[in-house]
Design a protein around this ligand. Sequence first.
Ligand code: AMP
Ligand code: MG
Length: 355
Amino acid sequence: MNTVVLKVDPRQPESEKIRAAAEVLRRGGLVAFPTETVYGLGANALDERAVLRIFEAKNRPADNPIIVHIAEKEDVYVLAEQVPGIAEGLIDRFWPGPLTLLFPKSEAVPKAVTAGLDTVAIRMPSHAIAHALIAEAGVPIAAPSANLAGRPSPTSAEHVLRDLSGRIEMVIDGGEISYGVESTVLDLTTEPPTVLRPGPVTVEELRELIGEVEVHPAAKAEAPVEQVIARSPGMKYRHYAPLAEMIIVEGPIEEVCLRIQELVDARRGLGERVGVMATEETAARYRADVVKVAGSRRDPRSVAKNLFRLLREFDAEGIDLVVAEGLEPVGMGLAVMNRLRKAAGYNILRVGPDG
Ligand code: AMP
Ligand code: MG
């Protein structure tokens, strides 16, 4: 299959291009498109055969459910069997945007989408291209991140093509994304609601609006969580992983820097190529084969935006070991640490007073 690349203006999506892409979706094809979080791989959520092709293209395990994307808030009532009162304030405040809500599913949602679960995850993206495409398709769009299963999520059309070229009908190249990590997933079927995946809408913001909010242990991602029946099955798979081995060093920044340099020296001494994922404040201190700046320690949102691209770059540069600085796991820092710790397979070194 030849994957068509369509360049679309993210500020003013050209309507004839959006119509062409929507037509592919309506015919049961797969279209990757930019959202404000990462690039998604879309299919008509009401067409079970189209949804099954997503699993095939990504090599996605069949028991990992997919988020359904909508263009109008009202569409939630078609897909959810029941919308609790608490959802309305969340929808008013955070939609369109990077918050996914979990509801009991309606009959309209095919089993393949929810991997047999009786809940459905729904989000309304704010990105102009995503919004135009879903509206033009006229159907809800099932869309996981547009990467091969287990690889870092794509933050550019180039990343999508690297993983999925020849496996999907079309990629819309809409340039940069805004956040760089996937949406926050909030389960509204529990009391209190539970964050299953931390993301750009922070736990702190959710608590401010709705009061008590639980954070699932897998979302904190301090250690792998064994779950016989995972609440969100995606949580149990190795994720975001670079080909290189990866170690996260966490603790007070002075100790972190010293320990990282020790690690780098030791492993280079064994003939390995070692990369450091550093921050603006610390990068100049490291001597390694490659040092990359993820962003500023004072602004975890800047780190989120570069994270997945850097993981892919280390691989492209033939790095054997990536050592990364930890951030404080609050606000967007929690979303960053959740991705980093998973990418490292929970290979975490704690230094300093409680290390
Ligand atoms: P991604 O594939 O990158 O879009 O990630 C989607 C995430 O949402 C995965 O962690 C899924 O397990 C989770 N998810 C999607 N639908 C559901 C659902 N019905 N119940 C629980 N988790 C879900
Ligand atoms: Mg994904």
